[in-house]
Design a protein around this ligand. Sequence first.
Ligand code: ZN
Length: 243
Amino acid sequence: MTRILVISDIHANLTALEAVLSAAGAVDATWCLGDLVGYGPDPNECVKCIRAIPNLTCLLGNHDAAALGQLDLDAFNHDAKASACWMQEVLSVESKEFLLSLPQRTRALESTLVHGSPRNPVWEYLLDIYTVEQNFACFEDQLCFAGHTHLPVAYLAAKDEREISWKMLREGDNLRLKHRAILNPGSVGQPRDHDPRASYAILDPEAKSWTNFRVTYDIASVQTRILQAGLPYAHAARLSGGW
Ligand code: ZN
């Protein structure tokens, strides 16, 4: 295993997903950290595409749980709730079965994989150092992979773990992982770091190397499908600005 594709937060954006899979090229395994659906216009197409990936490890995200009716939709804001209701209507039986089969937390190659955080795998956001510090106590492996915030960020512990630093990753940034870390590949289908390009990362588990990549895709075609489906305008508009 020398090349693992790590993706998260596809959000029913098939055009972005296909661009990422094509740009990443041949890999030994793919880890998908959840939120296959929600916001975007292509939920069934994205589930079908993801489940066909060989050597796949895939997790359940909060939007996947919402689309399955497992969450109280009042936990979402108005627009997210509208898209979750739409997802519940349009998801096929096959798509629901696949999402239902996904774990909330798992391990692969001696790493911990979650959607949100190791403490609260589906819901918690890792956005501040205090929360991140607490979460370092919630997994035992050297590396934990999480999505959910849609930000390509690395939280890096010092050798003695007394200090944790963080770094937002830009295209081509590469880290050599010497100590414990929580790593987020950013979002494929709805980036929120003001770079609208789809985000993904490649892990080389032997070299302990983590590299972030960005890829352009046809945003306008996705926006057209969002509006055609009657989904909220904001979900289309935000794709252009990456927020
Ligand atoms: Zn998400």
